[in-house]
Design a protein around this ligand. Structure first.
Ligand code: ADP
Length: 599
């Protein structure tokens, strides 16, 4: 996107406030134009003074000058009052729009598919959000206060100057053109550098956020020095790109400063020469000198605006490019809200590939009846999570259909679909908020009694009550202040509050101690009751509860049946049961189960 196109996009982002924004900007232009009255009045007074100087009668001087003085005061007061009023409104508007854009970005990013989040680090997305909205805000403020006014001032000044004295006016235009040319040169030199600087800034944000998010890992592996050094490395690369750009901007600043002096001096010198040859009045020289100051001040503004825009351009491009990312998964045009579903799930010949080459799941067919519990088992990487992700539309299958109660999931509104499905993730995902807030993610309107009840059923009430502030205790980032088992039970309580007809359960693989395990099983028993449950099962106890087991291997369902049937078949499941489930369960129960099955 070119700078001009980018700037247009920035202004378009003012959205519904565009009209107010234009009104403010145009009012500002009117004000700036009013400021031109000053040098003109100044010139007139000087001419009256010099005329009086030449004549012996100075008594009439007051009569001839006071109207100019009064007009000058009136203009001055008017511009100050209006200027303050406009600036105040413009500031408020810019602040308000900044937060509207921030919210829009936030909402958009939250809707992006998980596959996108897997590729772009949250720290980077956060940095793009904060710096992008900052850049928008600065540019809007500039637009209301300066940009349009500076442009209009230059456009208006030129004909006024030409009509007053074309020789001096041409000199002024020539000097301004030189100024613009130098600025363009610097812009060309720095724009590529600035993009590199920005990408290093993003790396910096990503690295810092990644490290801070894993502080326990950093400390336990004594990696503090390495991480700090890595951050230092990024900073060094950033400065390496930043310094040459700074040099160019410093050159421009020096040139801008000298341009002011140079222009005023040239106008003075040319003015004196013209005066000697009787081609200009003293008042006109004064007016032009003030004009040249005004022109240079406006050009300076234009330069600082262009430099600002070019420095912010990479940030804005990143910001808009995230906003323009079209979510792969979104509501179809005829999507409906089905209300509460019964929970009959059916996979019809479903295939899906992440990279378009290797299938992660292939030709999956199965039915789960309302209230039934189906276990998905298989080696890691066999496609179990992928199959379930297709149910709640983290992805859509490339071929085949997933239906609930006979309707393709793509025909439901996304929010309605996801309201009907509860997920208990393998790693309990929790906010850094109070326990009550975390539970109310399941049901924002749940009463305190409902929270208590869900916590009790999820076997979480006793540990919550042991916390110093009970349900109001904060649990740290990702629930760090709790143990793994406690986090799991909280996430089960959360789903109990949500009370969906369909439940997806990704069982934790890590072995828990006996007491915790029993409690967790009791909680799971509670949460799976009366719901269609699809569970990625790692424990023998869970698998035995399932009414059907689907055995996944390399993306396909290779066996299915009840526990007993599969054990008898002596196929993959029987082998898996021996190899894998022994690791998580106590061997005796496992052997007993197998021998019972074959008896
Ligand atoms: P399981 O749940 O049985 O362990 P998965 O469904 O996670 O298996 O993975 C199935 C296959 O898809 C694996 O080969 C895995 O590497 C691949 N896979 C999983 N998630 C992604 C992803 N986000 N991007 C690319 N490939 C993936």
């Amino acid at each position: 996107m070119s700078l001009l196109a980018l700037y247009r996009r920035v202004l378009e982002s003012l959205g519904s406030d565009k009209r107010l924004a234009w009104t403010l900007a145009l009012a500002n232009v009117a004000l700036v134009l009013a400021q031109f009255a000053e040098p003109v009045l100044f010139g007139r007074i000087i001419d009256r003074l010099s005329a009086a100087n030449a004549s012996p009668d100075r008594a009439g001087l007051w009569e001839s000058t006071w109207p100019y003085l009064i007009a000058w005061i009136a203009f001055g007061l008017f511009t100050i009052a209006c200027g303050a009023l406009i600036a105040l409104h413009a500031d408020r508007l810019a602040h308000r729009r900044r937060h509207i854009m921030l919210r829009r970005y936030f909402e958009h990013v939250l809707q992006l598919p998980l596959s996108h989040h897997a590729q772009v680090h949250s720290g980077r997305l956060m940095k793009i959000m904060l710096q992008g909205t900052d850049a928008l805000w600065m540019l809007w403020l500039g637009f209301f206060r300066e940009h349009l006014a500076a442009f209009a001032a230059l456009v208006v000044l030129i004909p006024i100057a030409l009509s007053m004295n074309w020789r001096l006016a041409l000199l002024l235009i020539g000097l301004s053109a030189l100024f613009v040319a130098v600025t363009r040169l610097v812009l060309r030199k720095t724009s590529a550098l600035q993009s590199r600087v920005e990408s290093h800034h993003s790396d910096l944000a990503e690295h810092a956020s990644d490290t801070l998010g894993n502080v326990a890992l950093v400390q336990s592996f004594a990696r503090i020095d390495d991480e700090v050094r890595a951050l230092g490395g990024i900073s060094r690369r950033l400065l390496g790109a930043q310094f040459p750009a700074l040099t160019w901007w410093a050159v421009l600043t020096v040139l801008t400063r000298s341009a002011t002096t140079l222009t005023v001096l040239s106008i003075m010198a040319a003015g004196i020469w013209l005066y000697i040859h009787d081609m200009i009045s003293v008042g006109e020289i004064v007016t032009f000198t003030v004009f040249s100051g005004l022109v240079i001040a406006r050009l300076e503004q234009a330069v600082s605006f262009t430099s600002r825009l070019s420095q912010d351009a990479p940030r804005l491009r990143d910001f808009f490019s995230v906003l323009d990312t079209v979510p792969a998964i979104r509501d179809g045009s005829h999507a409906v809200d089905p209300g509460r579903l019964r929970g009959e799930i059916e996979f019809h010949d479903v295939s899906f590939s992440y990279d378009g080459q290797r299938a992660a799941v292939e030709a999956i067919n199965f039915v789960a009846r309302p209230g039934e519990m189906v276990a998905l088992v298989g080696a890691s990487g066999a496609g179990k999570s992928t199959a379930l992700a297709l149910l709640y539309r983290a992805f859509d299958p490339q071929s085949g259909r997933v239906t609930i109660d006979g309707v393709d999931v793509r025909d439901f509104r996304l929010d309605a679909l996801r309201r009907n499905i509860g997920v208990v993730f393998q790693e309990a995902l929790l906010f850094n908020r109070s326990i009550a807030d975390n539970l109310r993610v399941g049901d924002p309107d749940a009463s305190d009694e409902a929270l208590q009840d869900a916590a009790r059923r999820a076997q979480a009430l006793d540990f919550i009550e042991r916390e110093p502030e009970g349900f109001d205790s904060r649990i740290g980032e990702r629930g760090r202040a709790l143990s793994g088992g406690e986090r799991q039970r909280l996430s089960i309580a959360r789903v109990l509050l949500k009370d969906p007809p369909i439940l997806i359960l990704d069982e934790a693989t890590s072995a828990l101690d006996g007491g915790t395990e029993t409690r967790l099983l009791r909680a799971l028993d509670e949460v799976t009751r009366n719901r269609t449950t699809l569970v990625i099962a790692h424990r023998l106890a869970t698998i035995r509860l399932a009414s059907r087991i689907l055995v996944f291997d390399q993306g396909r369902i290779v066996e299915s049946g009840t526990f007993d049937e599969l054990c008898l078949a002596e196929g993959i499941f029987a082998r898996l049961a021996r190899e894998q489930f022994m690791m998580h369960d106590n061997g005796r129960e496992h052997d007993r189960a197998l021998s019972e099955a074959s008896a």
